[in-house]
Design a protein. Structure first.
Lengths: 126, 346
């Protein structure tokens, strides 16, 4: 029923949504695969505590490409971006505040209540 | 319902259509929207709001992960070695490729390429099948090996063929060194101290039962979970007093041993810390919820496939494909973070 007279006559300019070319999307896929390889390979380089941040940075770059091109957010209404980025900011707030407590209060935890914490603390803060 | 609307154009006569093309009421335009564009935008807005709630849902789990890992890095360092990075990487590729086919399906449906859309939706669905099959293999492996949450954690479950510490003597100089350091021929101790044998060969040589931390006593009374690190074994085995208590700073936490144990197909480095089961609790919760999302996404894509074959979509009306695609990409997005957090711990 959708193949009526009206559907095919407005090539490109109809205005419902933005068409992302397949070639561009394929390029994005290749980029994502390369980044996946890099993040797996980066595991073998010992950068200490930096490793997790590098892994997260690569994951964030990958996620950005998925969101911008696969999910069309780059071409979408800005309000959708506000919603999505807003949710990410609130997750960041949530994690950071919760972690802030964990990080700052760790040295003052009672010995015996969270043994592994105290132990790790001594180990990592010589 | 859409057909019914189209059959009664009179009811829309008063509605000013934003559609600039002059034709009558579009069969896919619900009567409460002015134009297809407005309808499309409203659908997208709703979908993005839903995706925001999904982000917040997983955000809670990521927060839990962050706190667990910050408080007990040694648990994550140790336990992630049980995960097979190869399977995880393959699954990442599977999801990325299926994300691409989904994005392509949206493009195809926007261009009114009905057959191509159907084909790409089918491929995307197969990507979901592939992901879940691999996940099932991984889960089954863990169930078999007793690598589970809470009290179900029992890595000794998988028998002597894979027994913890079974191959200690046979594997590498580090294992041998640790073996000697913790005291040879100590009978039962030899069974479980192997977990700590590779606690970096040098350290093990110096400190013997290197993981003898104070709370070892808590695990001594849990014989059903042998090998709570070298500590339990050492405490069990009447370690000479000069060897038992150690400065915490001497505890080898980093899994940096030059060689490790080979346990049930896993190369394990370092002593086993307490409460390893928490890693698997986090692992199964996060991957489990993600897996449910994959299944839900597959259901949506299956439904889209049926509709696409039926010919519901056109260049004017592809919103369901677009929105289903958004959901599928979000599932991919979450896995992009889960993979390094669970499989690539360094």
């Amino acid at each position: 029923m959708s193949h009526g007279s009206h559907s095919s006559g407005h090539a490109g300019g109809h205005g419902v949504g933005h068409i992302v070319p397949v070639g561009l999307q394929f390029g994005i896929l290749m980029l994502l695969l390369v980044l996946t390889y890099i993040t797996v390979a980066a595991r073998w380089i010992d950068l200490g505590p930096l490793n997790i941040w590098i892994a997260m940075l690569i994951a964030t770059i990958k996620a950005a490409f998925v969101v911008l091109y696969f999910m069309h957010l780059r071409y979408d209404r800005p309000f959708n971006s506000i919603i999505f980025i807003g949710s990410l900011l609130f997750v960041a707030l949530f994690v950071c505040l919760a972690l802030a407590d964990t990080v700052t209060n760790k040295p003052r935890m009672w010995t015996g209540l969270a043994p592994a914490v105290a132990e790790t603390q001594k180990h990592s803060d010589p | 319902m859409q057909m019914a609307d189209a059959a009664h154009p009179i009811s829309h006569a008063a509605v000013p259509h934003g559609d600039a093309h002059g034709h009558g009421h579009h069969p896919n335009l619900e009567h409460h929207f002015d134009s297809l564009t407005q309808q499309f935008d409203a659908g997208k807005l709703g979908m993005w709001l839903f995706l925001a709630t999904e982000v917040l849902l997983f955000g809670g789990l990521f927060c839990a992960y962050a706190i667990f890992r910050r408080n007990h890095p040694e648990v994550f360092m140790y336990a992630h070695q049980y995960l097979d990075t190869t399977w995880g990487a393959i699954n990442t590729v599977v999801l990325l490729v299926s994300s691409f086919t989904m994005a392509w399906a949206v493009t195809a449906s926007q261009r009114g390429q009905r057959n191509l859309t159907s084909l790409l939706l089918a491929l995307t669905f197969l990507g979901g099948v592939g992901f879940m099959v691999i996940k099932a293999i991984e889960y089954q492996h863990k169930f078999h090996d007793g690598l589970m949450w809470g009290t179900h954690y029992d890595p000794s479950k998988h028998g002597h063929g894979h027994g913890e510490g079974h191959g200690a003597a046979a594997h590498g100089a580090a294992a041998a060194a640790g073996h000697a350091a913790a005291g040879d021929g100590r009978g039962g101790a030899a069974e479980s101290h192997a977990a700590g044998a590779a606690a970096s060969a040098g350290a093990a040589g110096d400190h013997g039962a290197s993981a003898a931390h104070p709370e070892a006593t808590t695990s001594v009374h849990a014989p059903e979970t042998p090998g709570q690190g070298a500590s339990a074994a050492a405490a069990d085995a009447d370690v000479p007093p000069e060897r038992a208590p150690l400065e915490p700073s001497q505890v080898a936490l980093a899994p940096s041993g030059p060689a490790g144990l080979h346990v049930g197909g896993h190369d394990l480095h370092g002593p086993r810390p307490d409460n390893v089961h928490w890693f698997f609790g986090v692992y199964f919760t996060m991957t489990g919820l993600h897996g449910l999302h994959v299944l839900a996404g597959m259901a949506v894509i299956g439904w889209l496939f049926v509709r696409s074959v039926r010919g519901d979509f056109s260049a004017d009306y592809f919103t369901p494909v677009d929105l289903g695609g958004l959901y599928w990409h979000l599932v991919d997005l979450i896995w992009i973070f889960l993979f390094p957090l669970l499989y690539l711990i360094h």
